[in-house]
Ligand binder design. Sequence first.
Ligand SMILES: [Zn+2]
Length: 106
Amino acid sequence: MNCKEAEKKIPAFLNDELDGSDLAEFVEHIEECPECKEELSIQFLVTEGMEQLEQGNNFNLQEALVKTLDSADDRIRVNRVLRNVLLWLEIAVAVAIVAAVVIVSM
Ligand SMILES: [Zn+2]
């Protein structure tokens, strides 16, 4: 899978619509490609964040992303990859929170 294909599949991954070899190839590419990993982090933040805010929920992104990654984890054995992605997402969440605080305080 190349970057173009992987990027196209990010929304499907976030909607839990990838299966079998699609999911395996996608996760494999994400593991090897920092650019796509970053893109996944950003799209996850945007998608989940907006949904949470629209629902008026507390911004419990941490829990949401753990759930998303765990459900993919159930279907294929990619613990190491997912922990790796999770770490990236945590960094992205931290950056997003800092950015939000900076924007609010301006
Ligand atoms: Zn890529």
